[in-house]
Design a protein around this ligand. Structure first.
Ligand code: SF4
Length: 239
């Protein structure tokens, strides 16, 4: 079947384990204030590809993937095109290619469940650890990604949680404690990666004529101390 892709990166190293072929699918139902890829948000747009075309492109890079790499479907929100994504993953797996899904976890339906079953590794955003920030800055309730996480537990998936750290919003102990709590309650989580909020995407917002609401926040800079603190908390709580 066909789907719509915003862009492709042939040898990415930031979107999942190892070296990966990354397809950023078009369309997202959320509107995160710090979204790095605002060009992927509109449901209409992107370039039409068949699942076979994406799979064939991926196969061309197979020799570079090594033991850990493979394909990552990101976005946008790949769950919006779950059937298309599932066909890509099914065919990649037939060709011995590891599959990784990068998602906000905001949709659960039958096609999404099929897609999860075909995902070897999942990177799930837990964007904030309280409902009011989720509703205010993301556009859905925190219940959505938490329900998604429950499903990943049930299905025994390998999960990496990711969170963007925005100064004054979530660079605090309370957030780290809540993240640690989430890890404790969800054995499927293998690691939590904190990412610094950056403003380099502002030019994209200007070009698209979309207001960049998070321009009022400072870039996060070095957040390794927070990552270290969180890792220590998790270690203490889970061993
Ligand atoms: S879920 Fe991702 S693509 Fe969608 S608005 Fe948020 S950051 Fe952007």
């Amino acid at each position: 079947m066909d789907g719509f892709v915003s862009s492709i990166q042939s040898m990415g190293t930031l979107d999942g384990p190892g070296v990966r072929f990354v397809a950023f699918l078009q369309g997202c139902p959320l509107r995160c204030g710090y979204c790095h890829n605002p060009e992927t948000q509109a449901v209409k747009g992107g370039t039409k590809y068949s699942a076979d075309e994406i799979v064939n492109k991926t196969i061309r890079f197979k020799e570079y993937f090594g033991a850990e790499g493979g394909i990552t479907l990101s976005g946008g929100e790949p769950l919006l095109q779950a059937e298309f994504a599932a066909e890509i993953f099914a065919k990649c797996k037939q060709n011995g290619i590891n599959t990784c899904l990068d998602t906000s976890g905001c949709i659960i339906n039958e096609n999404v469940e099929k897609l999860i079953d075909l995902s070897d590794y999942i990177m799930l955003d837990i964007k904030f650890t309280n409902d009011s920030d989720y509703l205010k800055y993301i556009g859905c309730s925190i219940d959505k990604p938490l329900e998604f996480l429950e499903m990943l537990n049930r299905k025994n998936k390998k999960v990496r949680i990711r969170q963007v750290i925005v100064p004054t919003l979530n660079d605090n102990n309370e957030n780290l404690k809540k993240l640690c709590e989430i890890v404790k309650n969800n054995p499927c989580i293998e690691s939590v990666e904190l990412l610094p909020f950056k403003k380099i995407c502002k030019t994209k917002y200007d070009a698209l004529n979309i207001p960049f609401l998070f321009d009022i926040y400072e870039s996060a800079g070095d957040i390794s101390h927070l990552q270290q603190k969180l890792n220590n908390m998790i270690k203490k709580e889970t061993t």
